[in-house]
Design a protein around this ligand. Structure first.
Ligand SMILES: Cc1cc2nc3c(=O)[nH]c(=O)nc-3n(C[C@H](O)[C@H](O)[C@H](O)COP(=O)(O)OP(=O)(O)OC[C@H]3O[C@@H](n4cnc5c(N)ncnc54)[C@H](O)[C@@H]3O)c2cc1C
Length: 525
């Protein structure tokens, strides 16, 4: 007989519970399914889609619903593009390097591309729901993870729990401000009563004493935790503010990005079993249209149709269609032959992409959980690793894979320039400074340098306010029969939501033209 779950039991299990099941039980409201059932049929029209990442496959999925015939050309032997989880046997090709094959235990994986879904990325959640991809909570904020600053300061070269630095800084900043207000050093344009409310708030925010001084607080954790009998628990003195500053812990490497960045605020989610389950679910919907191992070499655009040349193992071929949706990353497209307008060519050639890399490290034992009580979250460091990500799945299991570095820009370029073996060596050497268990427990690694990875050549598009007006704008319009989609055609760069949004807006524009309707995406409320 089925045993009914109490609410308490349900909540205890809910972090690993399938999203559809939670929805079915009425615990979660459906992510709003934005209207996407346009009138009119695309029957008889053939659309060639370049790239089977999330943007390309979503475009095909939605166009097929409207009756279009689609052909998706994908260079890799797998679909998903950047939405990729590395498992045993996964392969990657970086320029001028041998192919790399992952040697992980069956069942273990790490997300080489996307690993987090913000709770407000409704379209990503909508597709998870529509495609039946179960999700679970991704623990992005963990006060129990570390800050590790390499340097010469008194707190350098020590691992310090994030909660110590966060709460000490909160305390000191609140104290400084409260003192300044008290001493009249800041003129507040408010009544005395309001000013005293501000002071009260600062006392609470900073954990200040009655005298408005920050002395310490249990928020920063215990030296001896509370227990039974006479064990009341002992808290340490706070770190000295000047020590924090001189140890580099007030530098940008350690700014509290997680809680302050809209996209990184909890609650965050991930697809159960690997983020590429989203891509795999989409792939199932478009299998009949998808051709893998097909590398596009040139795009010839005319007033009436598009011809795409490509190469396969069997040789050179071509295909023609009424329309084309090009989702190829711009650094890749820049190396292909095409006859696009000069504005579009400029956008393709000059839009910069971020350099970024990750390494997955498999360990025999989940020492970060067993020895250090770290369950998910991120350790930050100012060395080349930048971040260590702890898995938000498989808690209390035997083995696990950490993301041993996730870096950007110059650090990613420097580390990406190393051989696979030297990247592993660096991840282990630097990581051992934080987790000495690395040397005993390490088993195998797999690293991805996205700016060197064939068919991507970059992490994601980077625009500034100037290039949004020029390069970016050019890509939002079709060039004759060719439309552009992909995260680089949205303001959601670095997010899967960008791929989904771009697919929907491109499908709308193409369908409006093909069926001579005035329809717009996003739909205005
Ligand atoms: C390191 C990293 C971390 C990320 N983290 C997150 C995250 O936490 N959360 C989140 O939501 N998003 C994240 N993203 C962003 C997200 O992965 C992307 O925005 C999204 O997957 C892009 O999809 P796309 O379809 O636009 O491009 P892609 O996935 O790049 O698809 C383009 C496709 O074109 C193919 N192609 C290239 N050249 C050719 C050719 N010549 N012929 C045929 N096919 C070709 C490629 O193989 C690829 O399949 C991350 C990305 C990276 C790289």
């Amino acid at each position: 007989m089925l045993k009914a779950l109490s609410r308490r039991e349900f909540l205890a299990k809910s972090s690993v519970m399938a999203y559809p099941a939670m929805m079915a039980m009425g615990m979660l409201r459906a992510a709003p399914a934005q209207g996407f059932s346009w009138q009119g049929s695309g029957e008889g029209k053939h659309v060639i889609i370049l790239g089977a990442g999330l943007a390309g496959m979503t475009a095909a999925y939605e166009l097929q619903k409207l009756g279009y015939r689609c052909t998706i050309l994908e260079a890799r032997e797998r679909a998903g593009g950047r939405c990729w989880s590395v498992r045993n046997g996964s392969k990657n090709i970086e320029l001028s390097r041998p192919s790399q094959t992952a040697r992980f235990d069956e069942g273990l994986y790490f997300n080489a591309g996307p690993s987090r879904i913000p709770h407000h990325h409704q379209l990503t959640l909508q597709y998870c729901r529509e495609l039946g991809v179960p999700i679970e909570v991704y623990n992005n904020v963990n006060e129990g993870a570390y800050y590790f600053s390499e340097g010469k300061g008194p707190l350098s070269n020590k691992k310090i729990r994030a909660r110590e630095i966060h709460n000490d800084l909160r305390g000191y900043m609140a104290e400084l401000l409260a003192k300044s207000i008290d001493q009249g050093k800041i003129s507040l344009d408010m009544t005395k009563e309001d000013a005293s409310k501000v002071i009260e708030y600062l006392r609470a925010e900073g954990g200040l004493d009655i005298d408005k001084l920050y002395k310490s607080s249990a928020r920063r954790g215990y030296h001896t935790p509370p227990g039974s009998g006479e064990t009341a628990g002992k808290i340490n003195d706070p770190h000295v503010l000047s020590d924090i500053i001189h140890s580099g812990l007030l530098d940008p490497d350690f700014y509290n990005v997680a809680e302050y960045t809209y996209e990184l605020q909890m609650t965050m989610f991930q697809a159960v079993g690997g983020m590429d389950n989203i891509a795999k679910a989409l792939e199932k919907k478009v299998t009949g249209s998808l051709q893998l191992g097909v590398e596009v070499t040139s795009i010839i655009n005319t007033e009436t149709d598009v011809k795409v040349n490509y190469k396969t193992k069997e040789g050179a071929k071509s295909v023609s269609g009424n329309y084309c949706i090009c989702t190829l990353p711009l650094p890749v497209l820049s190396n292909l032959e095409h006859n696009f307008s000069s504005d579009i060519s400029r956008a393709i050639d000059f839009t910069p992409y971020i350099s970024t890399g990750k390494i997955g490290l498999q360990f025999k034992r989940r020492f970060w959980e067993e020895d250090e009580n770290i369950f998910g979250g991120i350790t930050h460091t100012n060395n080349d690793l930048t971040q260590i990500f702890y898995p938000s799945n498989g808690y209390l299991g035997k083995k696990g894979i950490l993301i041993g570095f996730y870096n950007f820009n110059d650090k990613a370029k420097k580390v990406g320039a190393l051989s696979y073996t030297d990247r592993e060596k660096l991840a282990l050497e630097k990581g051992s400074l934080i987790h000495p268990q690395y040397s005993e427990e390490f088993e195998s690694s797999f690293s991805v340098s996205w700016h060197q990875t064939q068919y991507n050549l970059g992490g994601w598009a980077l625009y500034n306010s100037e290039t949004r007006k020029t390069l970016y704008k050019a890509l939002l319009q079709p060039d004759k029969q060719v439309y552009f989609a992909g995260e680089h055609t949205t303001y959601l760069n670095a997010w899967m939501a960008g791929a989904f949004e771009s697919a929907r807006s491109t499908v709308t524009a193409l369908h409006a033209r093909a069926t001579e309707q005035r329809i717009e995406y996003p739909t205005k409320n």
